[in-house]
Design a protein around this ligand. Structure first.
Ligand code: RAM
Length: 341
């Protein structure tokens, strides 16, 4: 029941965002006051390049930076590891960019580099996947971790009749966001779904082939598996591709977090029924405006600080320097064609 309410709320929120986007066309009054003298160069550093999710979120960041007349750059490694992110952080510090907007591959491992960048005057915004709170100024979170976890548990429970073995196909083993969601999914399963048994958690490293291979291995080692939850857009797309041509298609449920463009084919061919996500473009857009507000000195990242985020309106910084974009949204066969990202 609750789930239906959230879906309705999320639909309303998405519709509202769409109409705000339309009414904002041709007017850049909002969020355009940035003449604080700061350096409005903003560098986006995703977990890795080549992931459509980050292509979309970073395009949202670029849109925002163009709106406020700053300089946008996107850099990043091929593999989603913290070590591979460090040289990009160092370069941004040397270049003296105004802000770095980073999705962290590890909560701690990039903190030294971020600290040096911060000492050099670079504002640090994490988005999508956080570091420890004292390694950055602000974290722009896509939705509450509890909401994201519960949406996925609700989906898998519904798809397998609330009973049986499930497994999780995650991203990199140290990814802050996936690990937070997994912990909360476990708690939700324990509290409200006694007949669902989580038998395995495996890591596809946000790499398509690794995720594909891990799906095959999961199905082999757990012949009674009834469902897979993949809280990563890379993982769920690779798992869907594997399932779609396997004998488990339609027998083993698959849900989690995916982009509509990557999942459309699998929803239409009956491999997947429902999955969730938020709007990654809005996430990047919001993160860029948070970066701009920090650069201009309009905010420090303290609880209660407020800033304008262009077409998305005003946002308030919450506990631990966290800014929340909205609610997760559920994609189905009925609505998937309304989205293009
Ligand atoms: C992948 C990445 C990203 C995550 C989404 C859901 O694209 O792991 O960090 O937020 O999935």
């Amino acid at each position: 029941m609750k789930f239906i309410n959230r879906r309705t709320a999320a639909l309303t929120a998405l519709a509202l965002t769409a109409s705000l986007a339309l009414t904002a066309c041709g007017s850049d009054d909002e969020g355009d006051s940035g003449n604080g003298g700061g350096d409005a160069s903003v560098t986006f550093l995703p977990k890795n390049l080549g992931n459509p999710y980050f292509d979309t979120s970073d395009a949202g960041g670029k849109k925002a930076v163009e709106e406020f007349g700053g300089k946008f750059e996107e850099v990043g490694p091929d593999t989603a590891t913290p070590d591979a992110q460090v040289p990009f952080i160092n370069t941004a510090a040397q270049q003296g960019v105004g802000a770095l907007v980073v999705s962290a591959n590890d909560p701690k491992a990039i903190c030294d580099a971020l600290g040096e960048a911060s000492d050099a005057g670079v504002k640090i915004v994490t988005f999508d996947s956080d570091t420890e709170a004292d390694c950055r100024d602000i974290y722009v979170n896509q939705a509450s971790s509890e909401g994201i976890a519960k949406a996925q548990v609700d989906l898998i429970a519904k798809q397998i009749g609330d009973a049986g073995e499930i497994a999780i196909l995650s991203a990199a083993a140290n990814a802050t966001n996936q690990n937070a969601w997994i912990e909360l999914m476990k708690a939700e399963l324990e509290a409200n779904h006694p007949n669902i048994k989580l038998v395995d958690t495996v890591y596809g490293d946000d790499d398509d082939q690794t995720s594909f291979d891990k799906t095959a291995a999961l199905l082999q080692s757990h012949p009674n598996l009834k469902g897979i939850v993949s809280p990563t857009t890379v993982g769920i797309a690779a798992a869907a591709r594997y399932l779609s041509t396997s004998k488990s298609k339609g027998k083993v449920a698959l849900t989690g977090l995916g982009t509509p463009n990557q999942m459309r084919e699998y929803v239409k061919n009956g491999t997947v029924t429902e999955f969730a996500l938020w709007n990654p473009e809005d996430l990047g857009y919001l993160a860029a405006f948070a970066a701009k507000a920090l650069i201009d000195g309009d905010i420090e990242g303290k609880k209660g600080d407020t800033f304008e985020a262009g077409k998305l309106g005003e946002y308030t910084v919450g506990d631990k320097g966290e800014v929340l974009l909205g609610e997760p949204f559920v994609f189905t066969a009925e609505n998937i064609d309304d989205f293009d990202f």
